[in-house]
Design a protein around this ligand. Structure first.
Ligand SMILES: [Ca+2]
Ligand SMILES: [Ca+2]
Length: 73
């Protein structure tokens, strides 16, 4: 049983490392599920924070999934 537990923990670590490496998804960042990414939600990622105003095409301080699709890590 201990072995199974260790395997599960290792798998979880691998999966989270993988999703981190491949970049955040819109759903990951939209923590309040309002289908928009606020500056506060964007602040969890340095690259996204840095690009936020450039990505926010209509300057409403929120990123839609369409605006977010221009984000490049
Ligand atoms: Ca949100
Ligand atoms: Ca916007």
């Amino acid at each position: 049983m201990k072995l199974v537990h260790a395997f599960t923990a290792t798998t979880l670590m691998f999966v989270s490392a993988l999703s981190f490496a491949s970049g955040l998804t819109f759903a990951d960042l939209d923590s309040n599920d309002d289908a928009l990414i606020s500056e506060e939600e964007a602040s969890v990622n340095m690259q996204l924070s840095a690009q936020f105003s450039a990505l926010d095409l209509d300057k409403d301080k929120r990123l839609t999934s369409r605006e977010f699709s221009n984000f490049k890590l």
